[in-house]
Design a protein around this ligand. Structure first.
Ligand SMILES: NC(=O)c1ccc[n+]([C@@H]2O[C@H](COP(=O)([O-])OP(=O)(O)OC[C@H]3O[C@@H](n4cnc5c(N)ncnc54)[C@H](O)[C@@H]3O)[C@@H](O)[C@H]2O)c1
Length: 333
């Protein structure tokens, strides 16, 4: 198949590009490469590499594609607070623009990378796709508005699907250390401390970054009528954890490390435990393959092997999207 992938130079996209190429697809990538300095591993190239803003794409760019996988976005909560208007332009207007031109170009399927963070502060825990949305950030609101805007375009010839991903962990050639598991582990390995910014009680659904990439592939192949215009939580009921459980797991491996409650965020309003039954019933053959312990082992090996992750890299924000973006925001002017 011919797949148009946005965000292929990102944390998840780097894995997804690799899997698509392993399956033999032709891949057109579109990415501004905002985080080129966060590269920490080998990247492969798509068949055609468009280094441009998704908002400047035109229908001709998508001609002949069987699927668009749209991952490019300003990709986390603090970034949304840095510049809410920019988050709106890129994440909402950019996504709806891309969906509109995809439909115009005759692309039949559009897989949108949404997020479980749209459930925000769950009124009750165990949130399924019908649960009320309670976003706690400009980022989460942008994902909701993008889903709504794209849904207006759904038609018999154009099937959007909204993959509401759990929070990722795991190694990637385009590493991120602003994700909770990765951050806690990198901190232990570079500073000898487990630093919790909240009191550790909030729930988070977690998923290995490569399992998210595998989910996109599964939805590429799923029968149209099964997934047409559907929102689906991507993760596993077994992988909802409280942040302090992650800290305990890491502490069990590094018993000499101190656990420090920094109190930086005080009360963390983002608290959501999510159900993933719809994913299991829709695609029973799709199972997550990489549990949390696997991800921690994999990263511990990778961060310690040459060249090992340094304290300067960790503290300097090289792998923190917000820190890098602050220096590159002019690219969007
Ligand atoms: N990582 C997670 O835990 C997680 C969880 C849920 C949802 N998501 C969503 O999945 C997607 C990918 O996440 P990620 O962690 O790989 O993020 P990332 O920040 O690592 O990658 C995003 C990529 O998009 C590119 N990009 C940003 N704006 C662009 C634009 N206007 N035009 C072209 N390229 C642009 C960046 O250069 C970057 O390579 C995002 O939409 C994110 O919101 C991520």
């Amino acid at each position: 198949m011919r797949v148009f992938l946005t965000g292929h130079r990102g944390y998840i996209g780097a894995h997804l590009l690799q899997l698509l190429k392993e399956e033999g697809h032709i891949v057109i990538g579109c990415d501004l490469d905002l985080y080129a300095s966060s590269r920490r591993g080998i990247l492969i190239d798509p068949d055609l590499d468009l280094r441009q803003d998704v908002r400047s794409l035109v229908p001709q760019d998508l001609a002949g594609c069987d699927c668009v996988m749209h991952l490019a976005a300003l990709s986390n909560d603090p970034m949304g607070e840095l510049d809410p208007a920019l988050t709106q332009k890129v994440n909402i207007e950019g996504s709806v623009h891309l969906a509109r031109i995809s439909k115009k170009a005759g692309v039949p399927r559009f897989l949108f990378s949404s997020s479980c963070s749209i459930y925000g502060q769950g009124a009750s825990l165990d949130l399924d796709e019908k649960a009320p949305l309670n976003p706690q950030s400009a980022y989460a609101r942008s994902k909701i508005e993008a889903e709504k805007g794209i849904a207006l375009l759904a038609s018999p010839d154009f099937s959007p699907v909204y993959l509401r991903n759990a929070t990722a962990f795991g190694d990637s050639p385009m590493l991120r250390l602003d994700l909770v598991v990765n951050n806690l582990l990198a901190c232990v390995l570079t500073k000898g401390e487990i630093r919790l910014q909240s009191d550790g009680t909030p729930w988070r659904p977690l998923i290995h970054v490569k399992d998210i990439a595998r989910a996109f592939i599964a939805f590429l192949h799923a029968p149209r009528l099964l997934v047409h215009n559907l929102a689906v939580n991507i993760g596993s009921n077994q992988q909802n954890v409280q942040v302090r459980e992650i800290a305990q797991k890491i502490s069990a491996r590094y018993p000499e490390a101190k656990i420090v409650f920094t109190g930086e965020t005080g009360f963390d309003p983002r608290n959501y435990r999510v159900r993933f039954d719809k994913l299991s019933s829709l695609l029973p053959n799709f199972q997550l393959e990489m549990p949390l312990d696997y991800g921690i082992d994999e990263m511990a090996r990778s961060f310690s092997s040459f060249p090992s992750l340094s304290r300067e890299e960790f503290e300097g924000g090289k792998f923190v999207r917000l820190s890098v973006l602050k220096k590159r925001v002019s690219l969007f002017a």
